[in-house]
Design a protein around this ligand. Structure first.
Ligand code: PMT
Length: 412
């Protein structure tokens, strides 16, 4: 268990929603304080049936906020100020109802309003009956929240207050704090990537054949968007340059939509100058039609020959920049994963590459799950098959670890 103290106080807004696990909020506030965090608490109406605001006020040293429309409280630090104040918003316990309201983007009480108004990373520690947790509605809400970059800690398996067993128990306060890595969240400057700018490419590109047709690939954007959310949750300012995707930008992430490889190249090169990290998760079309037809191509010929020209390699260009950012590539392969990925790592001069097998039954393009083999000069780590949001968290931790190992002076 890490008990690292934060030399500079992290401002944690603790949201407490109404479940039996609300009693653990008192311990959480105390533990956060012990680790040097400054804590302010917001409770939902239901939470007050399980725990009194007075207890959390005494432990946090600040008035506990409960109501959105409270003229007295709003005259002090109003809810927008409170949303701006937070470095991290942690909701523990997060009930099924609260997750549903967050997933729907409701702002029907103070806590949900703050969650919409803040740009700080949002972390939830769910707690509920195991059937409620497994219910498709809750799982859909979970997936929506994770797609937006919300970090989920737990729930744990085990005995439940209702006498049943299964997944749904809120993590213990120390487990939550260890998972948040508050000690490393703050190596003196707040979250590990606070103040760092990250540029990520995601999704496919479309290469026009004529005004209505294009060449593209099966990338959905899920992997890149999930990684953008995970890096934003670690405090970075994240911009995603994305080809066409049905996904919404994760919470706190700026989205720059593009269509073709040339547009993606222009958007990346215009922004790369002030970036600390670059991650190329997009499936960029390697070739484009040399001369897209101005009008719709008619089907009056028995054969149609397309002349394709090579697109610029965006990742290689960024990696070649003098004093460029820490650069992470992806490798999508159908065979000899490690050998091909290591060749790309070396040939393009990357700091790290995340390789995945594509075209099979599991993982890769347009699937909910993926597995990655991550390589860097002198090292490798396998990240096993798991939902892309979870995998993105593991990859983000590895990127942060390698980045900070290479740039120790920036972390002081
Ligand atoms: O979007 P999903 O459905 O979630 O699927 C995720 C994914 C399979 C697309 C993702 O995990 C992935 O592997 N992305 C990289 C796909 C790819 O184009 O791989 P590649 O091996 O062909 O390219 C190597 C690297 O060079 C990649 O980082 C790619 O972004 C980059 N590249 C390639 C060509 C090019 N012209 N410019 C580039 O920047």
């Amino acid at each position: 268990m890490s008990t690292a103290f934060c030399p500079v106080s992290i401002k944690v807004l603790l949201g407490v929603s109404g479940g039996i696990a609300a009693y653990k909020a008192a311990e959480l506030v105390r533990r956060l304080g012990e680790r040097g965090a400054e804590v302010r608490v917001v409770m939902t109406a239901a939470a007050r049936s399980f725990m009194t605001p007075l207890t959390l006020q005494a432990l946090s040293g600040h008035e506990v906020r409960c109501d959105l429309l409270d003229p007295g409280a709003e005259a002090g630090m109003d809810h927008i100020e409170l949303a701006r104040w937070a470095d991290l918003v942690l909701v523990a316990p997060a009930t099924a109802d609260l997750m549903a309201r967050l997933a729907a983007g409701l702002a029907d009480d103070l806590l949900t309003t703050l969650a919409l108004a803040t740009t700080a990373p949002l972390v939830l520690a769910p707690a509920m009956n195991h059937r409620m947790w497994r219910h498709p509605a809750t799982q859909e809400n979970l997936a929506r929240l994770q797609d937006r970059g919300v970090r989920i800690l737990g729930p744990a398996q085990g005995d439940q207050a209702c006498g049943e067993q299964g997944p749904g128990r809120m993590l213990e306060p120390d487990e939550i704090l260890d998972a948040l890595a508050l000690g490393t969240l703050s190596s003196g400057i707040g979250p590990r990537l606070a103040g760092r700018r990250v540029l990520i490419t995601a999704g496919p590109t479309r290469e026009a054949l004529d005004p209505v047709r294009y060449i593209s690939n099966r990338s959905s954007g899920h992997m890149g968007y999930a990684l953008a959310g995970s890096l934003a949750a670690r405090g970075a300012e994240v911009v995603v340059v994305s080809g066409p995707s049905a996904l919404a930008a994760p919470h706190g992430v700026e989205l720059v939509p593009v269509e073709s490889a040339l547009e993606m190249e222009a958007a990346v090169m215009a922004r790369i100058g002030d970036c600390d990290l670059f991650v190329a998760a997009a499936a960029v079309s390697d070739y484009r039609p040399q001369a897209p037809a101005r009008q719709k191509i008619k089907k009056d010929q028995t054969e149609l020959n397309l002349r394709l020209v090579k697109n610029p390699d965006i990742l290689a260009q960024v990696a070649a920049l003098v004093q460029g950012p820490f650069t992470v590539g992806f490798a999508a392969e159908t065979q000899d994963l490690e050998a091909h990925a290591r060749t790309k790592l070396t040939a393009k001069g990357l700091d790290m590459i995340a390789a995945n097998l594509v075209g099979g039954e599991t993982g890769g393009f347009d699937r909910a799950e993926n597995a990655l083999l991550v390589l860097w000069p002198g090292g490798r780590r396998s990240l096993p098959l798991s939902p892309k949001a979870r995998l993105a968290d593991a990859l983000a931790d590895l990127i942060v670890e390698r980045y900070l190992a290479q740039a120790p002076s920036q972390d002081s």
